[in-house]
Write a protein that binds this ligand. Structure first.
Ligand code: MEV
Length: 313
């Protein structure tokens, strides 16, 4: 065994968060400039973790690292060295618990780093399965969307475990803004599950509507219909709010984005905190919207040009 490195990236969900858990489609985009890097090296001491400012023995890691601990165990098991001792370090270029896929990205990066340290090759399906083992610890019943999107090269359509690349033909920009509030995906996924059991006649149609919007959004993305897409973002945000996974800050930020000229805006990811995304027609609009979101209290903003699938600012 030698030192190993693994890398994944952040993601945003354009459409389909939560409804994807119930088998409906989703569209997600990896953010390749926001990386998660894991490094591992052999040690003779008990295994040690250094992540998000916490350093200590792996078996004493606080609960928020439980999915990383699971990722290490699963990868060591897969590599055939379940008792190997490692020093593990993660470095994130984006904040955790903001709907950007931090838990799946951290698990995916650690798994890749451990496997590379043992020179073990894994198929994409193996990497997905291993990441899902960790994600089940992080938030119970993951759809697999985050595990897939955080290791993708390009935007994806995801439904019931099946992934296809999506060609984004939009002449538009996407502004991502961080509300600065931690959102717990475990909590919001759990909330919708409870509502689904308690009141299926209200919850099911909302999830189905999100599914329908996402399916139509795929056509808009391919056809370059910016107005249609913006309207669907607003509709998706309203439905997610009705499902109980928005909050006052996310509603305020999406409203601020629309007032500043966004064609549409919605929360992205688990919700009740985390990030919002807004659609802008021009790069100048995107800059103005990002500034307005900053004025409205966003703690960070990023602008992407999805048509070129490159970072615009
Ligand atoms: C979280 O980024 C996305 C959710 O749809 C959960 C999942 O897909 O597992 C809320």
């Amino acid at each position: 065994m030698h030192a190993g490195v693994g890398q994944t990236v952040a993601k945003i969900i354009l459409f389909g968060e939560h409804s994807v858990v119930y088998g409906y489609p989703a569209i997600a985009m990896p953010l390749r400039n926001l990386r998660m890097i894991a490094r591992v090296e052999p040690t003779t001491r008990p295994s040690e973790l250094s992540s998000l400012g916490w350093v200590g023995p792996l078996d004493e890691a606080p609960a928020r690292f439980a999915s990383i601990v699971r990722a290490v165990d699963a990868a060591l098991e897969f590599a055939g060295h379940p008792n190997a001792r490692l020093r593990i370090e993660t470095h994130a270029e984006f904040p955790p618990e903001r709907g950007l896929g931090s838990s799946a990205a951290a698990a995916g990066a650690v798994i890749r780093a451990v496997l590379s340290a043992f020179d073990v090759d894994a198929e994409p399906e193996d990497l997905f399965d291993l990441t899902q083992m960790a994600e089940r610890i992080a938030h119970g019943h993951p759809s697999g969307l985050d595990a897939t999107a955080t290791s993708s090269q390009s935007p994806i359509h995801f439904q019931a475990g099946a992934t296809t690349a999506v060609q984004i033909n939009l002449s538009a920009w996407i502004v991502v803004a961080d509300s600065g509030i931690h959102g717990s995906t475990r909590e919001t996924v759990g909330h919708i599950r409870e509502e689904h059991e308690r009141c299926p006649e209200v919850t099911r149609p909302r999830l189905a509507e999100l599914g329908r919007i996402t399916a139509e959004a795929v056509d808009d993305v391919r056809a370059g219909d910016v107005s249609g897409l913006g309207q669907k973002m607003n509709d998706a945000h309203r439905l997610l709010a009705e499902l109980g996974v928005s909050n006052a800050r996310l509603d305020q930020l999406t409203a601020a984005a629309r007032s500043a000229g966004a064609v549409g805006a919605k929360l992205t990811g688990g919700g009740r905190g985390g990030c919002v995304i807004a659609l802008a027609r021009t790069s100048a609009d995107a800059k103005r919207i990002a500034a307005a979101l900053g004025m409205a209290g966003a703690t960070g903003t990023w602008v992407y040009a999805p048509h070129a699938y490159e970072v615009a600012a």
